[in-house]
Structure formats: structure tokens, C-alpha cells
Design a protein around this ligand. Sequence first.
Ligand SMILES: [Zn+2]
Length: 328
Amino acid sequence: MSLRKKCITAVNKTFEKRRQQNAAEETRRKEEVLAKIPQMAALEQEMEANMSAFMTFAFEENEKGNEKKFRAFKEKAMLLQGQRIELLYEAGFPTDYLEKVYTCAACKDTGALDEGLCRCYKKEISLEYLRLSGLERILKKQSFSDFDLNYYAKEGRPSPYQKMEYLKKYCEQYVANFASGGKNLLFYGNPGCGKSFLSAAIGKALIEEGYFVLYSPVQEIVTAFEAERFGKGGDHITTADYTDCDLLILDDLGTEFQTSFSDTTLYNLINARLNRGKPFIISTNLNLEEIEEAYHERLVSRMIYESDAFGFPDVDIRLAKKKAKSQQ
Ligand SMILES: [Zn+2]
């Protein structure tokens, strides 16, 4: 089963459980109220009888001239409702204590609205996507707004600070424009300069928009393809997920154990995504010349020349240390 389908199945189960829990809560409240207000049972019965009589009336005699009768049903319903509120209030219960219990009032916990999926359902899907995306290990609870530009030196023109400020804005724009076709990106620079973080922040923001994003070190991707080739595919991420997800973030290019199999795998994967118009982000500690040296020309041409490449400036170690000290 694809990861996407797994997510939907898991969320549907969550909703089923939610409806059951809320129904159980309704029953519990009813029993609690009846124990304290015995006359509520008769009142509830009367409300139900009135409602069922009205339904019969509306179904059988939905003709003109019955305005009066219609109004009588409505008035009685309001009167009974008023009595119920009074009884609840006098016994110290919230006045809506016997209403239906919903976690989401908009969709009544169905997850669906007339115009499509409810916001609450989309949110659960996002959370599930995020859990399976591999992004959590990088991001924990951080996002774009937590990205700290103060680690970058302000000297020089453009200064590392200015470069990163531009890059951060570029990434935010990337998310905003993703629906009209996301580009492929190549982030390169020394370890610890913010590449993984910014690419993961893009991934998280897109997941929140409902996109399915996967984040994996290149080595993990190669291992997954290898396992599947030898019939040992795990039940977690399948190679089809890497090919089909809305955005694939390949982290740490160049640290994989490079073999002809790993190169072919990367080439096929990137090629398949290019053919489908599905973007990727590559982050690497190698610079452009080193990438050209390390990989075959046809792979290089797809990684570098089909992407917007950004060289990340180093963080200023002095500033980083100073900041770490001030936070102690
Ligand atoms: Zn809802």
C-alpha cells in the first residue's frame, strides 16, 4: 500500500474512533442527567413524539393551507426545548448538555462538507503526512519563523546575512507558488549552514498545505531501492513513494556509499520525477565542481542544470558561540 493511502486509512480510523467516543459521551451525559433529573425522561419522550409527528405531517401533508399546523409543531418544539433548558439549568448542568457532541461542528465529524473535505480532516492528513515524511527528525517544532539569521555575519557585500535573508524569502515564495509548478532546487554549502533546515522548512510548510512530501538522506533512498530489488522491501516507504510524492527532499548527497547501483538509482529516480514534473530539492556538502567530479555527466546534468542552485554561506562560528553562551 502506498504511504499516501496508509495515511488516509489511518485518518479514517481516527475519525471513526472520534465518532464512537462522542456517541459514548452523549450516552454518558444522558445517564448522568437522568440520574439527577428523573422527569427529563418524560420530557425527552415528548420531544421525540412531537418531532416524529411533525415528520409524518411534513411528509404526508406538505400542501398549502397548513401554515397553522406547521407553526403549532414548531411552537411546541420550542416550548419543550425551553423546559429542557430550564431543568438542566436548575440542576446545575450546562444548558446544551444534551445536544449532540461533535469534535468539529462544521462537518459533524464526518470530515466532509458539501464543497469538499473539511479543514479538520485536512489537518489530520497533514499531521499523518508529517509523521511519515521523515521531516520531524530535522524540524522538531521549528519552522521558517524560527530560522535564526543572526548566525550569519553582517560584514561584506552582499554579506552572508543578506544572502541568507534573500534565501529565506526565496523559500517562502517557493512554498507560496508551489501550486503553479515547483522548481527543482540544489542547496550546497558546508555542514551546519542551514541547508537541511531550510529544505525541511519548505517541506513542512507544503505538508501544511496538503502536499505529500518525503525527506530522506540519499543513502536511505538507495538502501530502499536496493532492498526492493532483492525482494526485501520494508513495509514503510516504498520506492514508488519516492517517485510519486509531491516533493522529494534528498538530503546529504555525496555522503552515500557510492556504487554504480547507487548512481543508477539516483539517475532513474531523478529522471522519473523530471518526466512527471514532480520537483525535488537536493542538499549537499559538495560544491558544484565536486558534484561534477563525483557523478556521471548525465546525472550531473539533471541534478545541476535542471535545478536552481544556491550556495549557502557559512555560519559565523564566533556569532554562533556567542549566542550559545548567552542562552546558557
Ligand atoms: Zn470538520
